[in-house]
Design a protein around this ligand. Structure first.
Ligand SMILES: [Zn+2]
Length: 189
């Protein structure tokens, strides 16, 4: 694995392979197991590295968090496989694959909350057309400690604080040295 692009390619190839019948259900399943394990772990390592932590320095809690992120993805492989096998068209399955692919950035951003120093500033960036919650969060600069307290991360699936549920979120959160946002934190969702 080498980054988000490789993860995207691995998932899309698996989806195409199963849909066209080049891959069996079992092959698809094991490819997806491997892709999510490698991809999400690499994404999390990238997040940690952004905070100056290398993989061998991760503590037990941080390692467990990565494992949980991987397992969270893997529980949906079976449902995805069934949908692909039943779908008449490939395009909607690629749309669904985008949700999987987006978790690369999601895992990276979540990991930054777990590894960065509490005083580091993170800025939420929402592309145009995101849900009302993400739009409200756009441009918010808060410390890691503050974000931890709020309990929201970009593309975090099934997060009740995001109107989009995180599933269709395209937001990211980056390290910045811009001034902290003033005033009340927007009410969510
Ligand atoms: Zn959203």
């Amino acid at each position: 694995m080498a980054g988000a692009k490789t993860y995207r390619m691995a998932i899309r190839n698996a989806v195409r392979g199963l849909w066209r019948g080049y891959l069996s259900y079992e092959q698809f399943f094991s490819i997806m197991l491997l892709a999510t394990e490698q991809g999400i772990t690499e994404a999390a390592y990238t997040g940690a590295r952004n905070c100056g932590i290398i993989p061998s320095e991760l503590d037990y809690i941080q390692q467990r968090a990565i494992l949980n992120m991987v397992l969270r993805e893997q529980q949906w492989i079976n449902g995805f496989a069934e949908a692909i096998e039943q779908s008449e068209k490939l395009t909607p399955m690629f749309k669904r694959a985008d949700i999987w692919i987006g978790r690369f950035e999601g895992a990276r951003d979540e990991m930054m909350l777990l590894t960065c120093d509490g005083a580091v500033r993170l800025k939420w960036i929402a592309p145009k057309g995101e849900c009302p919650s993400c739009a409200k969060l756009d441009g918010q600069v808060r410390t890691v400690e503050y974000w931890r307290m709020v309990g929201v991360s970009p593309r975090e699936h099934d997060n009740k604080l995001l109107a989009c549920g995180g599933w269709k979120c395209h937001c990211t959160r980056i390290i910045t040295d811009e001034p902290l946002s003033k005033g009340k934190f927007p009410s969510l969702p």
